[in-house]
Ligand binder design. Sequence first.
Ligand SMILES: *Cc1c(COP(=O)(O)O)cnc(C)c1O
Length: 483
Amino acid sequence: MQIIFEKSVPERHGVSLPCSDVPARHTVAEKYRRKTDAALCELSELDVVRHFTALSRRNYGVDTNFYPLGSCTMKYNPKITEKIAGLTGFSALHPLLPQLRRGGMLTQGALAVLYELEQLLCEILGMDAFTVHPLAGAHGELTGMMLIAAYHRDKGNRKTEILIPDEAHGTNPSSAAIAGFSVRSVPTDPDTGVLDTNTLEAMIGEQTAGIMMTNPNTLGLFNPQIARIAELAHRYDAQLYYDGANLNAILGKFRPGDADFDIVHVNLHKTFATPHGGGGPGAGPVGVRKHLEPFLPVSRITKRTDNTYALNYDFPKSIGYIAPFYGNFAVCLKAYAYILMLGGKGLIEASENAVLNANYVMHSLKNDYHIPYLKTCMHECVVSAKNQMKHGIHAIDIAKALIDRGFHPPTVYFPLIIKETMMIEPTETESKETLDAFIIAMKEIAAAAKETPDALHAAPQTTPVGRLDETKAAKDMDVNFTG
Ligand SMILES: *Cc1c(COP(=O)(O)O)cnc(C)c1O
């Protein structure tokens, strides 16, 4: 496909309007004015519309197809929440509008949304206070690490280290390191697939500022020793952090606050159905227990006795601003609408379906693929290409072959602790028909691995560009391909 500039034809016009009869009046000084016309492409309106429509049809997303990307929850984003976020009462608000007095009540509705979202998240996660300011999951983690640092600084604790299981999402160690901590990786027990308490006990000490956990972890397994882990952490005043990016497994079933976690972050753009991907806006609210509340970022929303809301900046121990204004407001609004739409019962049902779907996929594939931990999984399951390796087929070949069959590949080669991993998260929003079609495609690929492995090495063949050298593609980008 040609890029739009290559389609340009000199003198072709998109619109033909009569020349303006108003004399030109320049406000830019002569020396700054361009001497020649900008090198824009010259095309008809139809050329442009067709060009971009053709490009848009090459997009792949949850609105077009199944997207089983493990540890990323790419689920259906209800359009009704988009509609709510588009209401002019919200979308036309300026973040600097006065809160109350002189500006009348213009911003009270928006403040109520943020306040009530904080309250709902407190209830869902069992925490005492929330901030919705962080702009992504990783940003929530960084905020959480800054809170841990502020807490220990305030108490005069000299603690330098964060312990993180080796299956954790890569953002965990990065966030801890950016906040100034050194990071030690705790090995996962290969037999159980979860963090082992004895290993943790051998590593924890006075130097430990916190422990970052994901539970269920990135293998989709829930750690049953969580009470002992919390007890160990608190013996050393280490803060227990819960990476709640993907809560699909636990809504209404398990609350991190009840298990003595001190801090949690949530990805609204995963669990609470706000769109994400391609670097689009996200939100990573952070919840804390009472003892960490004084350190939360400003501003904070308070409810006055007359039931109006105010932005409050008077928190002397606060870590300060972590984002401009009040977070990604439209993302928070969509998540708020989604939570109210589902209600308590609906959220529980969402989790039950997410877990059921993941177990259905895992058990349907167990005769074709190696399952490293064949026991009940939570919202995602891990499958490996170990059986296919004897035919020279790797996880990457299976991922590419899925593209030819109309599916987005699952997450591959993560978590790092399993060889040839494929981490599949079907989510609660997919129908049995969709899951069955995916399972059939995976089974076909397993059969092809035995019979026609060369065909799999050549995949994908249905895309404008075939298999790329991914390192070269990133370092030596050539967007001017033909095809
Ligand atoms: C997605 C994810 C993150 C990071 O969230 P971003 O919004 O992408 O920064 C952290 N931890 C886990 C387990 C995740 O799945």
